[in-house]
Design a protein around this ligand. Structure first.
Ligand code: BES
Ligand code: MN
Ligand code: ZN
Length: 497
């Protein structure tokens, strides 16, 4: 999909479709009003007749309207004007895009980006529109033998700004929005790819191929032999039960001199999590192919950053492995020595995420990072705590937590902060090792974060538990691409400091 920005009156657009908003109850937005004035009240007469109330998601497609240059006008219901939140706004955009794609308009100009949306400026409205449009048309059909193709698909969307002065900012928003949606698509495709195809080496190959596309990006893959020599025994204790070789993927994006301390992004890359010897129940186990969504979002973010050629240094570290039961797999009660030297009693082999992340986090120390942010589908408990709307945020440095929360507000890809209080630490005591890898029933997402914090004492660190937000279940099963948008925004903000 192609996007651009423009300012100008709706009647002057020579295009397949002009899209304007109508509020509930039957109230015209400024651009709809302008079209109404030029047609002697034709649009308002339709509303009075009851064709459109203005409820969010309603649409009405009109053809051959007098005194305009377009083929069609699409009226889109936006709900009540003062209730227009970014969530509602994205739904409205999504409805419009679906109708246009199904009714043969290959190009359209959206005046919806001029509507006031709570807490959003014009640039945010443009970015939301691009993300919503792209995600509405996203399909993962690579593995279907017959693809549903649309005969005249929507190819080009022009987004309007109300004032010529806003054009430059609008164009920047389009550049950012397109880079971010590209990153989201990369993350979604990796997440949706089944575990028999998306293996640790598949992730490594995707990272390698990105480095061939972007000049500031270098990728190094550490193989099992090297991981053994380094002493990453916590990481290797998870991959032992799998016939797929584990990989530590290290991606270095450098577009500033090497003096500048990098941002490190660490992503959990468990390409399938069966639980190991502490086997998970069978129902819904297919969804554990999504246990590499942290890795996918980090890869997608690197893609977005490289696409925008941001002036910054970022290093991504992705421990990639499967977690399977086997004669050689780790058993409950096994004790391993992590890369940092801390010993860990593996009381449950299904708490594998923290075992691979702790070694990857210790590995980041050598880069003298400005900050380290890890992203992981870490706990089912996080889904119980926050559901699917916010990722859990934990941090040992409050300015970093603040910046991540702000990036979440800017993009709508939101996080909610949770505590790392010392009182939780006793839940991880082990009789036989320095730490246990599980902390009992209570506060499962917190104790997982507390476990990680033990390996992050030397730098400013934040952890995002994305178990609830990374994918959707049920009829719309699929990866969401979160939190690519949040992470990219954080890096954009950081690069301006
Ligand atoms: N990948 C899972 C977490 C998960 C489960 C995410 C369900 C989304 C939905 C993780 O590796 C795991 O199995 N965690 C265990 C930890 C427990 C054994 C302490 C969990 O949450 O049950
Ligand atoms: Mn697990
Ligand atoms: Zn897992």
């Amino acid at each position: 999909m192609e996007f651009s920005v423009k300012s100008g009156s709706p009647e002057k657009q020579r295009i397949a479709c002009v899209v304007v908003g109508v509020y509930e109850p039957r109230r015209l937005s400024p651009s709809a009003q302008r079209l109404d004035d030029l047609t002697d009240g034709y649009i308002s007469s339709l509303l009075r007749r009851g064709d459109l109330e203005g409820k969010a998601g309603q649409t009405l497609l009109l053809h051959n309207i007098d005194n305009t240059l377009c083929d069609r006008i699409l009226l889109v219901g936006c709900g009540r004007e003062r209730d227009l939140s970014f969530t509602q706004y994205r739904k409205v955009i999504s409805h419009a895009v679906r109708i246009l794609n199904d009714t043969g308009s290959m190009e359209a100009i959206f005046y919806l980006t001029e509507l006031p949306v709570k807490t959003c400026d014009s640039s945010q409205r443009i970015r939301h529109a691009i993300e919503a449009a792209q995600s509405t048309l996203y399909r993962f059909d690579q593995l279907k033998s017959k693809k549903n193709s649309t005969r005249r698909p929507l190819r080009k969307i022009v987004l309007t700004v109300s004032n010529r002065r806003d054009l430059a900012d609008g164009e920047q928003a389009v550049r950012e929005g397109m880079a971010i949606t590209q990153g989201i698509t990369v993350a979604k495709d990796l997440g949706n790819m089944p575990g028999n195809i998306c293996t640790p080496s598949y992730l490594a190959d995707r990272a390698k191929s990105l480095s061939r596309v972007y000049e500031h990006l270098d990728v190094e893959i550490l193989e099992e032999q090297q991981l053994k020599e380094l002493g990453m025994n916590a990481f290797l204790s998870v991959s032992k039960g799998s016939r797929q070789a584990a990989k530590l993927i290290v991606m270095k994006y450098q577009n500033m001199d090497s003096e500048m301390a990098p941002i490190c992004l660490v992503g959990k890359g468990v390409t399938f999590d069966s639980g190991g010897i502490s086997l998970k129940p069978g129902a819904g186990m297919d969804e554990m192919k999504y246990d590499m969504c942290g890795a996918a979002s980090v890869l997608g973010t690197i893609n977005a950053i490289a696409e925008l050629q941001l002036k910054t240094n970022v290093i991504a570290v992705i421990p990639a492995t499967e977690n399977l039961p086997d004669g050689l797999a780790s058993k409950p009660g096994d004790i391993v020595t992590s890369y940092s030297g801390t010993t860990i009693e593996i009381l449950n082999t299904d708490a594998e995420g923290r075992l691979i992340l702790c070694d990857a986090l210790s590995y980041c120390e050598q880069f003298n990072p400005a900050v380290v942010v890890d992203v992981a589908t870490l706990t089912g408990a996080c889904v119980i705590a926050l559901g699917q709307h916010a990722a859990a945020l934990y941090s040992n440095h409050s300015p970093l937590a603040h910046d991540l929360k702000n990036a979440g507000k800017t993009t709508g890809d939101r996080v909610w902060e949770m505590p790392l209080w010392e009182e939780y630490q006793e839940q991880l005591q082990s009789n036989f090792a320095d730490l246990a890898n599980i902390g009992g029933k209570a506060a499962g997402s917190v104790t997982a974060a507390i476990f990680l914090s033990a390996f992050c004492k030397k730098y400013q660190w934040a952890h995002l538990d994305i178990a609830g937000v990374a994918w959707q279940s049920g009829n719309n099963k699929g990866s969401t691409g979160r939190p690519v948008s949040l992470l990219t925004q954080y890096v954009i903000d950081h690069s301006k400091k």
